[in-house]
Design a protein around this ligand. Structure first.
Ligand code: DC
Length: 235
């Protein structure tokens, strides 16, 4: 690892994008890469989740363009590092919402909110600002296609649906033992459908992205593959 970091630190910083289906381990890989490279990690999905939380809490009718525009003016999203665990956490108007935005109540509505034109313009502008100095790993659905179309390394992650459902179920079950595998499966397929069929920036693989199918890979194995791609892009 030290050798990999030494090599990377001598090179110009790059932008790494990780897009893909829900729950295929994008954020795990993105965090690991960012840690090894001493890059910033940005979870773009957390922004859409925080906006959804704001809309739900404030009873915003998101089918009404004016109401959405007005609500967005009142939203301030900031990522801050938690120095206890080194993780970046999402703050909505000064409140740490990192935990609450992972709830299934948010997951049920977030794809609908993320399909709204004004919401996407709002989030994308902030994401582009964050990447203006490079040295960033950002995961999401449209990062390699819309947010950073000239990124040096684009990864498109995928995994078998069964594998993804089980992974997500294990995560959610820790917080809510009443949750069922069926509920999780329904939520994942619904989000994947909406995310890949929406009009603006639908989820799709960028033409120059490399596919990483991790259905049968361990985390160290997928990290090794991604690090090899990083080294190649930095040469
Ligand atoms: O990565 P995630 O599951 O936390 O993302 C939550 C939702 O946000 C996802 O269903 C689609 C949307 N999203 C998006 O439209 N564009 C992104 N760049 C990231 C997430």
């Amino acid at each position: 690892m030290a050798f990999f970091l030494q090599i990377c630190e001598r090179m110009e910083k790059i932008i790494i994008t990780i897009d893909g289906w829900s729950s295929c381990g994008k954020s795990t890989l993105a965090k690991q890469l960012a840690r090894e490279l001493h890059y910033v990690y940005i979870d773009s999905g957390a922004m859409y989740r925080a906006i959804t939380l704001y809309f739900l809490r404030n009873h915003i009718d998101w089918t009404n363009e004016e109401a959405v525009a007005h609500a967005l003016e009142a939203i301030k999203l900031v990522f801050m590092t938690n120095h206890k665990n080194g993780q970046t956490e999402m703050y909505l108007n000064g409140e740490n919402v990192e935990y609450v935005i992972r709830d299934l109540v948010i997951a049920e509505k977030v794809s609908e909110v993320a399909a709204i034109k004004a919401v996407r313009a709002f989030a994308v502008a902030r994401q582009q600002e964050m990447g203006s100095r490079k040295g960033i790993v950002m995961d999401g659905r449209d990062i390699g296609t819309t947010v950073f179309p000239s990124a040096e390394l684009k990864i498109f992650m995928t995994a078998d649906e069964d594998v993804r459902v089980k992974r997500r179920f294990r995560e959610l079950y820790e917080k809510n033992p009443n949750i069922t595998l069926e509920e999780v499966k329904h939520n994942l397929s619904m989000r994947d459908y909406i995310d890949s069929h929406r009009e603006i920036s639908p989820l799709r693989k960028a033409d120059d992205a490399i596919v990483l199918d991790n259905s049968h890979l361990t985390m160290p194995q997928q990290l090794d593959i991604a690090k090899k791609w990083v080294s190649e892009r930095m040469k």
